[in-house]
Design a protein around this ligand. Sequence first.
Ligand SMILES: [Zn+2]
Length: 88
Amino acid sequence: MSQSQYDYDVPADAPTYECAHCGRPFAREEWLALHRGLDHPAELDDEEVAAFRAAHDDEEDALGTFRLQALGALVLLYFALLMVYALV
Ligand SMILES: [Zn+2]
């Protein structure tokens, strides 16, 4: 596979994880696992599938946490407005 297919600015001294299938570099091992699962699903071995599942679950968790925080912020804002109306 050719390395020149992707041309990203990666700091020379930064640790990168390169995709073994297309040579695309990633800053984090989880992102590489996600990329392998999304772009090369047919070429994964069991270990790589497990890594993809783990990375995918992490993303879902992060998303769920973000939704909860957004909901909490909305509820807080709602109550703050109620208090303003009650006091004015
Ligand atoms: Zn790849």
